[in-house]
Design a protein around this ligand. Structure first.
Ligand code: PMV
Length: 393
């Protein structure tokens, strides 16, 4: 029987949350904690889709359902699947668990389905795909929930090669699909930061401009209720060793939906338009922090994180629980701030003393995760007897 397992990391934001909504740059890094998705075909006579041993309930799994609409259409005679999801990223805490799930599931589904190519010279080059999704092809339709036929889109060249195996999964397609299904699951609103960081790994910079001195990846667009949004994504190479440096993430356990926090900042700026200066200051701090990251000056990275926190506090998106954990981490770390939307959720400290920092955060009431830098993005961990759904027949 065929089996495929794909996994993707969670993420935390080092600089620029909230300001990124207004076009300023933000940087997210992949963390060590991951989500794994395993797919197997169901035995003859079993119910078509199972997840975690239960009947698949589309309402409980909106991300998987959105992917199913795009890559695995039962109307096209796709066979049933059993899906297992495991991992150590806490859900709904701003650490990208839903993006990691979406990215890993889209890659696993792609492997399980195989892919048509016009040329097999360079399997990672979107121009040679005869079907599938890529940033360099027209991509608007990838965000549409209704159109179920488009995953079989052809570029116009004859479809000559059907390829199976782990090479058919691509970071670009998984990031694109991950973003698309996050947008569907979140009612049409999602930045590509989570999906791109979970897919590419390392450190990802998102901005409203193409930035210099970093590797440009691609540009994404999404039509939201209030207009078209465009983001430019880049991969930041950390040229200096991050040996001995750790991120300690402290979870307050307080639930605060991102949309409420984003609305809070929007209301504050609407009430006092001059406060946009605070957003611009976060942008300046983020740019300085990014430069320090590239210079390998981690003392300066830590200082920029703490300055970023002061601005976020001023904007009203911190909370007493976050402040308590940040204060507890401060004596043993280079810098600390909330990560993500704030109001609850998680903080992150940059430290050379992970054990002490973690213990201090735990004593102050937080639950901690420890991560190094430079973590891998999407990986295909098992790929046996592919495809599960042979579209070559
Ligand atoms: O809490 P998270 O990880 O979903 O991050 C939210 C980041 C914001 O900048 C507050 C919102 C956004 O869309 O970028």
């Amino acid at each position: 029987m065929g089996r495929v397992t794909a996994s993707a990391p969670g993420k935390c934001i080092l600089f620029g949350e909230h300001a990124v909504v207004y076009g300023e740059p933000a940087v997210a890094v992949a963390i060590e904690q991951r989500i794994s998705v395993t797919l197997e075909s169901v035995k003859a006579g079993e119910t078509p889709w199972k997840i975690g041993g239960m009947h698949f309930d589309a309402k409980k799994h909106p991300h998987v359902q959105a992917l199913r609409n795009r890559l695995w259409q039962t109307s096209q005679n796709a066979p049933g699947l059993t899906i297992q999801v495991t991992g150590d990223i806490p859900p709904a805490s701003g650490l990208g668990s839903s993006a990691a799930l979406s990215v890993a599931a889209s890659a696993a589904l792609r492997c399980a389905r195989g892919r048509w190519y016009t040329s097999t010279d360079d399997l990672q080059n979107p121009q040679t795909w005869a079907e599938g999704y890529a940033s360099t092809l027209e991509q608007n339709d990838v965000y549409t929930a209704e159109n179920r036929e488009i995953s079989a889109r052809q570029t116009g060249s004859p479809m000559s090669h059907y390829v199976v195996g782990k090479e058919v999964a691509s970071l670009d397609e998984s990031a694109l699909l991950g973003h698309a299904v996050e947008a569907v699951a979140q009612g049409g609103r999602a930045s590509p930061m989570d999906a791109s960081t979970c897919s590419h790994g390392g450190a990802v910079l998102l901005s409203d401009a193409i930035e210099s001195d970093v590797d440009y990846l691609y540009t994404r667009q999404l039509t939201m209720e209030d207009g078209e949004r465009t983001w430019h994504l880049h991969s930041v190479n950390l040229p200096h060793s991050t040996e001995g440096l750790y991120l300690v993430i402290g979870n307050t356990g307080v639930y605060a939906p991102t949309s409420n926090q984003v609305a809070k900042v929007a209301a504050a700026i609407e009430a006092k338009p001059g406060r946009i200066k605070e957003i611009q200051t976060i942008g300046m701090i983020a740019r300085r922090g990014i430069q320090s990251l590239k210079d390998g000056d981690f003392e300066a990275v830590g200082r920029a994180m703490s300055e970023n926190q002061i601005m976020l506090q001023g904007l009203g998106v911190s909370c007493p629980e976050l402040e308590t954990l940040i204060r507890a981490a401060a004596p043993t770390s280079l810098g600390a701030k909330l990560t993500g939307a704030g109001g609850g959720g998680c903080m992150v400290a940059l430290t050379r003393h992970p054990k002490q920092t973690s213990e201090a955060i735990e004593l102050a009431g937080g639950r901690t995760l420890i991560s190094r830098f430079g973590n891998a993005g999407l990986t295909i961990d098992v790929c046996e007897n592919m495809p599960l759904w042979d579209t070559a027949q």
